[in-house]
Ligand binder design. Structure first.
Ligand code: FAD
Ligand code: NAD
Length: 462
């Protein structure tokens, strides 16, 4: 087997791996990136963020054409759904973006190996698959991401009882889709299929949807999703899901079983370290497979680093990217930067739900005295004009210093509006800083400004 030399070998070409590769190449390293799937981009681009957002957009257009256009004086006759075309559009978006990464690798002089990477000692990776080689390097970066978490009794068949990957490509609209887990995937993909005409029942083990999120936001979101027709069964323990022909049966503890034609299992994801050769270098994982790292993303073995879904923290594409950049800058320059308090999280339902920093429950638990400023989209001119007024912006600030500690938004474009508050937290801004910054009129961003005024002193437009 041929031996090749590199400064840095990255295993996995998801958002964590491919961004690390580009930054490291920009900083002058001889970089190789190994990916076992044909397409680059990882879970996020192939079967995660991007295809789900393409379907969320298409299904929202369908829903609006069916239900909202008439409010604007637009009549439509003969509206129909061409699911095949909707899926084809999603596939095109994915293809364009994944091939774009191949172009970026080429532009930055990154060696792309196709195959499975296995660590065989410090500074040594065995490449198996389409390309075969022994790679010797100064540093190894593990960016192998995550895989779905199974649930005992739920018999996945890769078709009717499946995960998000199957739910991104159903060949027809289910009659009745049962979603196990009211987390991000359950709500996003449950919304897609509800909008396209399925009956959707969401089963959740905890007493609330989106566990861990700001309670006020969750309460408001639950009300809206119920109004949209999502059926929730909260606080239930699923004990199994089986298939007989085209019919699936989902069983729960102490509840009547439910029959349906499709089941989506979405109870979380877990780090992907299978066959990675961690044993060969003595790296021990923590439950449920997380690779422990220090502040510089280094594992217990010098020269072996890990980032993204395979390490602790939220499983988000932009978190993986931030870690990747900080990690390789640390390797090359001796220091990198990441602020975990300023990493936003967005649920791309309608309305969107976006959060950054601490929520009220976390501040109370930490004994931090805070003030909350809230402003509703209902009182905003742009929201009225676009006919999308459900929701609010809430900004939490330190009671003494006025520094922004957290922000929570449910409403139109919440995923974009949250960026200003993430930057605010990064720059250690106060609510007065945001309140006194000019925001264009009429814009949804004025809701952020008014919520900042509410936190600082008092809002003006309500
Ligand atoms: P991944 O993207 O999982 O990439 C890891 C790569 O490593 C994979 O391509 C894998 O094939 C490869 N690999 C693994 N082992 C090996 C090996 N031994 N050799 C070679 N290659 C290997 N996050 C968001 O921020 N926003 C969203 O909107 C969003 N939507 C999502 C929707 C869904 C349906 C799902 C499932 C996830 C979503 N996520 C979203 C989460 C996001 O996809 C992940 O947080 C992100 O992809 C993690 O990036 P990563 O680089 O750590 O790992
Ligand atoms: P999640 O952690 O968001 O939600 C899982 C849900 O399943 C939780 O509400 C949990 O209480 C529930 N659950 C767990 N065990 C259960 C059981 N036995 N019965 C019923 N419910 C049970 O996980 P997910 O929705 O699978 O998403 C996986 C990861 O992907 C998340 O970490 C998320 O960050 C990421 N993701 C992000 C986005 C986004 O950023 N927009 C979108 C999709 C996925």
């Amino acid at each position: 087997m041929e031996t090749k030399q590199h400064d840095l070998v990255i295993i996995g070409a998801g958002p964590g791996g491919y961004i690390s590769a580009i930054r490291a190449a920009q900083l002058g390293l001889n970089v190789a990136c190994i990916e076992m799937e044909k397409a680059l981009g990882g879970t996020c681009l192939r079967v995660g963020c991007i295809p789900s957002k393409a379907l969320l957009e298409s299904s929202e257009h369908f829903h609006e054409a069916q239900n909202e256009f008439k409010n604007h004086g637009i009549g439509i006759e003969g509206l129909s759904l061409n699911l095949k075309k909707m899926m084809k559009r999603k596939d095109t978006v994915v293809r364009q973006l994944t091939t774009g990464i191949a172009g970026l690798f080429k532009k930055n002089g990154i060696t792309h190996y196709m195959g499975k990477g296995r660590i065989d000692g410090p500074g040594k990776v065995i490449l198996e698959g389409k390309d075969e080689a022994t790679l010797e390097c100064k540093n190894i970066l593990i960016a192998t991401g995550s895989v779905f978490a199974p649930l005992p009794g739920v018999e996945l068949d890769g078709d009717r009882i499946g995960t998000s990957t199957e739910a991104l490509a159903y060949p027809e609209v289910p009659e009745h889709l049962v979603v196990i887990g009211a987390g991000v995937i359950g709500l996003e993909l449950g919304s897609v299929w509800k909008r396209l005409g399925a009956k959707v029942t969401v089963l959740e083990y905890m007493p609330n949807i989106l566990p861990g999120m700001d309670a006020e936001l969750v309460k408001h979101a639950t009300k809206i999703f119920k109004k949209q027709g999502l059926n929730f069964k909260l606080g239930v323990k699923v004990t199994g899901a089986t298939k007989d022909g085209d019919t699936c049966t989902v069983t729960m503890e102490g509840e009547e079983s439910i029959t349906c034609d499709r089941v989506l299992l979405a109870v979380g994801r877990r780090p992907n370290t299978e066959g990675l050769g961690l044993d060969s270098v003595g790296i021990e994982t923590e439950r449920p497979g997380i690779i422990p790292i220090n502040d510089h993303f280094q594992t217990s073995v010098p020269g072996i680093y890990a980032i993204g879904d395979v390490v602790r923290g939220p499983m988000l594409a932009h978190k993986a990217e931030e870690e990747g950049v900080a990690c390789v800058e640390g390797i090359v320059k001796g220091h990198g930067h990441i602020n975990y308090d300023a990493i936003p999280g967005v649920v791309y339902t309608h309305p969107e739900i976006a959060t950054v920093g601490k929520n009220e429950e976390q501040l109370k638990e930490a004994g931090i005295e805070y003030k909350a400023g809230t402003f509703p989209f209902m009182a905003n001119g742009r929201a009225k004009a676009i006919g999308d007024t459900d929701g609010f912006v809430k900004i939490l600030v330190d009671k003494t210093t006025d520094r922004i500690l957290g922000a929570h938004i449910i409403g139109p474009q919440a995923g974009d509006l949250i960026a200003e508050l993430a930057v605010g937290i990064e720059f250690k801004a106060s609510s007065e800083d945001i309140a006194r910054s000019s925001h264009a009129h009429p814009s949804l961003a004025e809701v952020v400004k008014e919520a900042a005024w509410a936190a600082y002193e008092s809002p003006m437009s309500i």
